[in-house]
Design a protein around this ligand. Structure first.
Ligand SMILES: Nc1ncnc2c1ncn2[C@@H]1O[C@H](COP(=O)(O)OP(=O)(O)O)[C@@H](O)[C@H]1O
Ligand SMILES: [Mg+2]
Length: 330
């Protein structure tokens, strides 16, 4: 027979709506009965658990979570819900990265078809590259294209605010990942993505990194996990094995700069401008800086030149960006 402890644990997990704990206690109970020779009873319990577990798994939301149901509960301040609509064609990236994103999107959209053949859609991604090259934007793009919510995990506050209990918090985050299908961006991942043996490593950071690696490895959810970093040199080699795709973002070349300008200033007539000249000035700027220089030029044209954009206005805006003397800082 079930012990008093087991009965209490069953009741408690029911009251707390902790289904996985409920099933685990029930299975322990079945095991105990089996050991005592009550094979039929053990078998019956197991069957009941398996039957209700399969309907429980089916009921776990696999579809986009409606806005009002997004509740980060205990994880407030760690898990930020930041929806931001970005389409793939708004990103200016080299073709090879675009086609990798297209592949990832197609795999995700057809993940059920893949899984029928025992295949899993790529969903653990590492974005590496300098600031302002579109890493955060790409995470939003994947969420938009896949109609999924996006959560950003603020690792800085995870480590500073929860010193000593970061592993517990990480576990809670990964629970959320397995329960709510979404895009999870571990942004500025550097805070924990440092070389595990580096001499400046604080014990806490090392522990967090180890737990993070373990959780990423064990995670078999339907969510998309993205880790983004500006410091590839600090990355531990062990990370490579755990991600389906390593995507390297870099500063834009001249063709990409021209595309960024055309896209940012699509409301203006650019026909008489020589964008290749502007791209020369812009060389070395990040995509974010190019976009901001375009904003500066647009404001200048609207406020001081009857909304007509000239080569001069545009090149001056880029010169200012380059010398760090932006007229409008943003
Ligand atoms: N590849 C890109 N294509 C188009 N716009 C970009 C790109 N990269 C950056 N931007 C612009 O710069 C802003 C900041 O980029 P972000 O994605 O936050 O860069 P990162 O996360 O790599 O630091 C974006 O919101 C967008 O306006
Ligand atoms: Mg970013």
């Amino acid at each position: 027979m079930a012990t008093a402890e087991q009965i209490k644990a069953l009741l408690r997990s029911h009251v707390e709506r902790d289904d996985s704990r409920f099933y685990s206690v029930a299975l322990q109970l079945a095991a105990k009965e089996a050991r005592q020779g009550h094979v039929k009873l053990a078998d019956d319990i197991k069957k009941i658990v398996e039957k209700s577990q399969s309907s429980y798994i089916r009921s776990v939301p696999n579809e986009p979570v409606p806005l009002k149901r997004v509740n980060t509960g205990d994880l407030q301040g760690l898990l930020e819900y930041r929806p931001h609509s970005v389409r793939l064609n708004e990103l200016v990236l080299p073709n090879d990265i675009v086609s990798r994103f297209e592949k990832i999107i197609v795999e995700q959209r057809q993940k059920d078809k893949l899984s029928k053949f025992g295949l899993t859609a790529s969903r653990k991604l590492m974005f590496v590259g300098p600031p302002g090259t579109g890493k955060t934007m790409s995470a939003s793009m994947l969420a938009t294209e896949l109609k999924l919510p996006i959560f950003t995990i603020v690792l800085d506050s995870l480590i500073t605010r929860f010193m000593g209990e970061t592993a517990t918090k990480l576990r809670a985050i990964f629970n959320h990942i397995s329960q709510t299908r979404a895009v999870y961006l571990f942004d500025e991942f550097d805070a924990i993505g440092t070389q595990r043996n580096a001499s400046n490593d604080v014990g806490e950071i090392r522990r967090v990194l180890n737990s993070f690696l373990m959780f990423v490895e064990q995670d078999s959810s339907d969510s998309i996990i993205i880790a983004a970093t500006n410091h590839p040199e600090l990355l531990d080699k062990a990370l490579h094995r755990r991600f389906d795709h390593f995507i390297n973002f870099s500063k834009p070349g001249s063709l990409q700069i021209e595309k960024l300008i055309a896209q940012s200033l699509s409301l203006f007539d650019l026909e008489n401008l020589t964008l290749s000249k502007i791209a020369e000035i812009a060389s070395g700027l990040s995509s974010a800086e190019v976009t901001r220089a375009c904003d500066d030029a647009a404001k200048e044209a609207v406020l001081h030149n009857d909304a007509v954009l000239t080569q001069e206005i545009l090149s001056e805006a880029f010169e200012r960006r380059k010398t760090g003397k932006a007229l409008f800082t943003s």
